[in-house]
Design a protein around this ligand. Structure first.
Ligand code: SF4
Length: 480
């Protein structure tokens, strides 16, 4: 009997649900734009797992993979399914079966154990079929992180969040509220934020903690008007900069359509030593289609203005896989970025998160073009080559679920201009105290125990509950 296949779903029949997570993850690499479900009927693949290995039946063809008793069973299941799908689809996923968010973590431990380059490459291949290229990337990132990491438990970092943006980007799944007509709420938010900063700072001082880095992010910190921005910046300076020997003060201005001369000047006056101006792409058509209210010329003008005002450490973010973009668009973005010559670039693989407008368009409506896998790999190579031309090295990396092409987010920087906060945050090397809506504080206790405490995501709830959550935060900070 002919099966009725659903074009939006991939249905798998699996005999042993203990392995559903592993089976799901492997199929999800190859069928990212389909919803994967397990059912007994109308399935496309039948996966049978027993003590001896895996059998997969598809289109009446049987494929088998043996696993010996000495092998790591789950690891082998993943490798088996991954290899089967690779042969079937002819697609190349260079990370292999690796799906963790910190792929360089193992490289770091192996370097600390004194393992050689070849040993580490071999380890990645043997355990997860990761390509030599990606294993090398892990080694480079781990080496740079080891050089930059400061594991002094008395040092902390501070994160301040601004949950507003000039408009909502198509792919966004962060806390970002288009600032539009929110005038009254924004004033109330700022008042609350100033209060939370003051209370947090008093406690940090009382506990004699050292602030190592300060990161102002969002949303978009510069989404508010010049006057409001100055008020917030002055408070950050009074509470977390003055009287501390800060290594790094970053403002992730982000959207060029929110940056003004006065804000750039203000940041210079308040000792900001790293800013981020994020074009994501330098193609005007794409900028328009993702909901940005600026074009590539605005990026160039703001960048040059920042340089004229003396900003000497500028990062630029790029996204690979934006709707409608192929290799040529990425090449163009790389050329424009190279002309501007920032000190660092952060490359994000597009993450297709449920809840974003992009998910609806790509996965549900299927109304947007998704590049082929080989094209995605090539686009990442373009950016890697750009980093080499600009004398940058990869220094931090993380991966997310549902990243287009199962690739990575990676920060490249010229030596001495890396973002130390990013490393502390990804590698959990410092306690991070977060203030503002959706700020997530991370407390590092002895024995490497980490606890998280999240401020409310919704601005109204954040304002209403700030005293409660700040009290909780102060209690946790006293235990660090
Ligand atoms: S600028 Fe960033 S936070 Fe704001 S809407 Fe765009 S993706 Fe979301």
């Amino acid at each position: 009997m002919k099966k009725i296949l659903n074009k939006n779903k991939l249905i798998i029949k699996l005999n042993d649900e203990r392995y559903s997570y592993d089976v799901y993850q492997m199929f999800n690499i190859y069928y990212q734009n389909l919803k994967i479900e397990f059912h007994e009927e109308n399935y496309e693949y039948e996966v049978i797992i027993n003590n001896h290995g895996i059998s997969i039946i598809n289109e009446e063809q049987l494929w088998e993979y043996n696993i010996s008793e000495d092998d790591n069973f789950k690891e082998e299941i993943r490798k088996g399914i991954f290899s089967y799908l690779k042969d079937k689809t002819r697609k190349v996923f260079p990370w292999g079966t690796l799906i963790g968010i910190r792929p360089s973590k193992r490289a770091m431990s192996l370097i600390k154990e004194g393992k050689s380059y070849d040993d580490i490459v071999e380890f990645y291949h043997k355990t997860s079929l990761t390509s030599e290229e990606k294993a090398k990337l892990c080694i480079e990132v781990a080496e740079n992180e080891l050089e930059l990491m400061d594991e002094d438990k008395n040092k902390i970092s501070v994160y301040i969040g601004m949950p507003y943006c000039p408009s909502k980007c198509l792919y966004c799944s962060f806390t970002s509220n288009p600032i539009g007509r929110k005038g009254k709420e924004v004033n109330e938010y700022i008042r609350t934020l100033l209060w939370e900063m003051k209370v947090t700072s008093e406690e940090i001082k009382r506990l004699n903690l050292t602030i190592d880095t300060v990161y102002f992010g969002g949303g978009t910190p510069t989404a508010v008007n010049d006057e409001q921005f100055r008020v917030v910046m002055k408070s950050i300076q009074d509470n977390f900069i003055t009287n501390f020997d800060i290594r790094e003060f970053t403002v992730e201005c982000g959207r060029p359509d929110s940056i003004t001369y006065d804000k750039l000047l203000c940041m210079k006056e308040m000792s900001v030593n790293r800013i981020s101006i994020n074009p994501q792409t330098m193609n005007d058509l794409t900028l328009k289609s993702i909901g940005r209210t600026h074009d590539s010329k605005d990026v160039i003008n703001i960048f040059n203005m920042a340089r004229e005002l003396g900003h000497e450490n500028i990062n630029m973010d790029i996204i690979i896989g934006l709707p409608g973009e192929g290799l040529n668009e990425v090449k163009r973005t790389c050329e424009e970025i190279e002309r501007l010559s920032p000190e660092s670039i952060t490359v994000h693989g597009l993450s297709i998160k449920r809840g974003s407008k992009l998910y609806e368009k790509l996965v549900v409506e299927k109304s947007l073009y998704i590049p082929e896998q080989h094209e995605i790999v090539e686009m990442f190579k373009q950016v890697e080559e750009l980093s080499l031309r600009m004398n940058m090295k990869p220094y931090y990396m993380y991966r997310q679920k549902n990243m287009l092409g199962n690739m990575e987010n990676i920060g490249y920087s010229i030596k001495g201009r890396e973002c130390v906060y990013n490393i502390a945050m990804i590698e959990d090397t410092q306690t991070i105290i977060a203030v503002g809506a959706n700020g997530i504080s991370k407390f590092l206790f002895d024995n490497d125990i980490i606890e998280r405490l999240a401020n409310n995501k919704d601005v109204r709830t954040y304002i209403d509950k700030v005293e409660e959550i700040t009290e909780e935060k102060v209690k946790m900070l006293r235990k660090v």
